[in-house]
Design a protein around this ligand. Sequence first.
Ligand SMILES: [Fe+2]
Ligand SMILES: [Fe+2]
Length: 240
Amino acid sequence: MNESNTGISAAKTIGDIVAADFRAAKVFEKHGIDFCCGGKIALAALCAEKKLDLAAITSELEALQGEPADQNQKYSSWQLPFLIDYITNTHHAYLHENMGQIAAYTDKIAGIHGAHHPEVIQIAAIFDKINIDLAAHMKEEDELFFPAVKRADAARIAGITPDADDQDTIRVCIFKFYPEHEEIGEAVHSIRHLSKDYLIPPDVCNTFMVTYRKLEEFEDDLHKHVHLENNILFPKAAEL
Ligand SMILES: [Fe+2]
Ligand SMILES: [Fe+2]
């Protein structure tokens, strides 16, 4: 869906607004609006539900349009294989490199600081589950979904009907991935809540500090990752 960028329509969904211009994510974050998993609701409906100032948010979004966009905001104009490679090389690579280390750190601080800060025991358990779930989820994306989307996209470009098995894979995967993203997103939100927005207590060691910084970085990366898949990749793949 390539809508014009002129004027912010309150009827557009959060996801569509961020897909059209990734800088909108900054505005949504500022107002506590979930643009990744909760992105399917229209801006006006969300503001009414959360009692947010629609006019103020709309004018902040419109102000962005006067600012130059950089290359990073053109995700929605990228060809599908390029977008998939970007997700793989940026977000999946980040997770492969960091998940194990973060899990080891959360386990370590649970052992050291769990007695005085019992929330870190819960955080370690939640992160261990995220680690397992996300690894299985990414494996399915890497080995099944992404190759099927690339093949179907190549068929579309060649003017051929995509293979029926690939179309099935795409349909089944998207149906499964949305709720998986939501579940992982909720788990990450509960870590943020338990850690009081990653507030580092005064009586803890450097590993604790590094762990909270890494968890915050992980959440930030995950939001961008899930946004690219939920709001840009999946809708385009569904059209194949
Ligand atoms: Fe992914
Ligand atoms: Fe995903």
